[in-house]
Structures are given as structure tokens and as C-alpha cells.
Design a protein around this ligand. Structure first.
Ligand code: SAM
Length: 290
């Protein structure tokens, strides 16, 4: 309750409220929303919640330490100030937003690509993208258009039971699936792999192949793109997303190479007790070009 009261005070008293925003940013459109957006990341500091067993899930309740929160708030505001001072303020009017399923959408021709696919990391992507879905839904309502995915259109969706068996073309993926089948596991793990994980990975990679193939039809000569991806693991095996991307783009007749990689962290996402290779997350930057 104390945390909530402090947050309300921060919104309503002269800290991050409409007047301060209008004065600092010299804007008059939707200052309340900007004030709330700036305050939102700090709300976690004043709330008490604990990580659930499944790390993407948060349980409310617990202890919130309020000591020194003012100093943290000042640090937070200074961090925003320094980030905003680096933001490029040039405004381009050429941008257009288009919404569609990357596996089938008819893109206009383009010559640059900067993208990052969903990562197969045992998380429920459909729940993870719910906030995005809500925002898209709202934007759609403003224009009387449907801007929501059907849940099983989301690449990495874990609705596997209703889909037909899929066979990704990639050799790297086929080797990975064979490696899962060859693992020594107990019967439960074997059944989980057969009924869920293998169909899940097959869907994921087959969908990405479809998306890249579809995108490739709209690329102009001389095109250049960058794809950022994180390789996770499944039962100690690396899920070869980065190698799969290089292979897929090369098979489509493009050049592709990993230009950078770094280990992000090595603690399990679903099981925070997992350590080492079992839980490794490595981030790759891949350049693809014509
Ligand atoms: C790792 S996120 C990257 C998002 C974005 N590039 C960014 O950096 O904010 C993957 C994105 O793929 C989107 N996605 C999932 N399935 C899709 C599909 N069938 N067509 C287009 N986008 C899809 C998700 O909604 C999500 O926004």
C-alpha cells in the first residue's frame, strides 16, 4: 500500500506530472500519458512481487524495501535524462507501419531489413505477446481494422496439438531433431519430447522458413539485412537458430554470416536453478545480403 501511495504521489504532485512534462518536453499532446510511461518502469521498485517457479510469471505479495527509494528514483530520472539526450531528434515522415503475417504478407519491395524472430525458449509466446496484442488491437480499433494475430499464427506458439506434422527443410534442424530423439532420457522426458517439444520445434522452424522465404520475394538487388537472435538450449542441446538462419538464407541464394556473438547469461528461464550449458543463452548478430 505504501508503494502504491508513493506512486500516486509521484503522479499527482510536482514530480513527473503533466506540468513538469509540458515544461521539460515542450509538448502539449497527451502529457499525462507520457508522464505515466516515464514513471511505469520505476513502478517495479515500489511494488512487492516475487518471481514464480516459472520465471516469466510473477506472483504478487512479498516484501518491498522502501529504504533509499528516493535516491533510486533520482538515479532513474538521471538515467532517463542521459538516454533522452542521446536520442536522435530528426523526424522522418517516410515511415509507414504495415501489419501482417510475415509468412504470407505481400510486402512492398525493400532493400534493408532489421529483424529478430521469436526465440524458441520454452516460454508461452502467446502470453508473452499479450501486451503487444492489446496495443495492436487498440490501434486497429481506431482505424476500424483487425490488427490481431490468431494465436496459432504467432511463430513460436506452443499450440502444437492441433497442427499437422511439419518438416522443416533445414539440415541443421533435422540433425537437431535427430539429436533430441537420440538422447538418453527417462520415459516421461521421452514422451514430452515426442508429444510436445519435437512438434513445437518443427512448427517453429517450418514457420520461420516460410516467413524468410516470403520476405525474400520482396528484396531488391543489393539488399542488406541484420537479424538478431538468441540460441537457447533444450536438454543440454543448443537449439541451432543462428546456424539455421545462415543456412536458410544461403539456400535462398543470399550471403549470410554471423558477425557477432556473445553469451547473454547462463541461468535457466523456465527453471532458474538450471546452470551451465543446460541454460546457456547466446545472442547472435547475423548479416544477410545480396
Ligand atoms: C523477438 S520479437 C522482435 C520484435 C521486434 N523486432 C523488436 O525488436 O521489437 C519477435 C516478434 O515477432 C512477432 N511475430 C510472431 N509471429 C509473427 C508472424 N507470423 N508474422 C509477423 N510477426 C510475427 C512477434 O509478435 C514479436 O513482436
Amino acid at each position: 500500500m505504501d508503494g502504491l501511495r508513493l506512486l500516486l504521489d509521484l503522479c499527482t504532485k510536482a514530480v513527473l506530472n503533466r506540468e513538469v512534462i509540458e515544461e521539460c518536453f515542450r509538448i502539449t499532446t497527451r502529457p499525462d500519458e507520457l508522464a505515466l510511461a516515464l514513471l511505469l518502469p520505476f513502478a517495479g521498485r515500489l511494488s512487492c512481487s516475487v518471481r514464480g517457479d516459472n520465471s516469466p510469471h510473477v506472483k504478487s505479495g512479498g516484501i518491498c524495501v522502501l529504504r533509499n527509494w528516493e535516491a533510486d528514483y533520482e538515479k532513474y530520472l538521471k538515467a532517463i535524462e542521459s538516454s533522452l539526450s542521446n536520442v536522435v531528434t530528426e523526424i522522418s515522415t517516410d515511415h509507414i507501419l504495415q501489419f501482417g503475417d510475415a509468412r504470407s504478407y505481400e510486402f512492398p519491395e525493400f532493400d534493408g531489413l532489421f529483424t529478430s524472430p521469436p526465440y524458441p525458449n520454452h516460454r508461452d509466446f502467446v502470453s508473452m505477446f499479450k501486451p503487444e496484442q492489446e496495443l495492436l488491437g487498440l490501434l486497429g480499433e481506431e482505424n476500424n481494422e483487425i490488427h490481431r494475430y490468431r494465436m496459432d499464427d504467432i511463430i513460436g506458439s506452443n499450440f502444437v496439438s492441433e497442427s499437422l506434422p511439419r518438416s522443416p527443410k533445414s539440415i541443421k534442424v533435422q540433425e537437431f531433431i535427430q539429436a533430441i530423439s537420440g538422447l538418453k532420457r527417462n520415459l516421461n522426458a521421452q514422451s514430452d519430447d515426442e508429444k510436445y517439444y519435437i512438434p513445437y520445434f518443427q512448427n517453429y522452424f517450418a514457420d520461420l522458413e516460410m516467413a524468410y522465404e516470403n520476405v525474400s520475394h520482396s528484396l531488391k538487388n543489393g539488399f542488406e539485412g541484420y537479424i538478431i537472435v538468441v540460441n537457447n538450449t533444450h536438454r543440454g542441446l543448443i537449439i541451432p537458430v543462428a546456424d539455421f538462419i545462415v543456412e536458410t538464407w544461403e539456400n535462398m541464394g543470399f550471403n549470410a554470416e554471423i558477425i557477432n556473438k556473445n553469451e547473454l547469461f547462463h541461468i535457466g528461464t523456465k527453471n532458474p536453478r538450471a546452470r551451465g550449458t543446460r541454460a546457456r543463452h547466446t545472442r547472435y548478430e547475423i548479416r544477410v545480403w545480396d
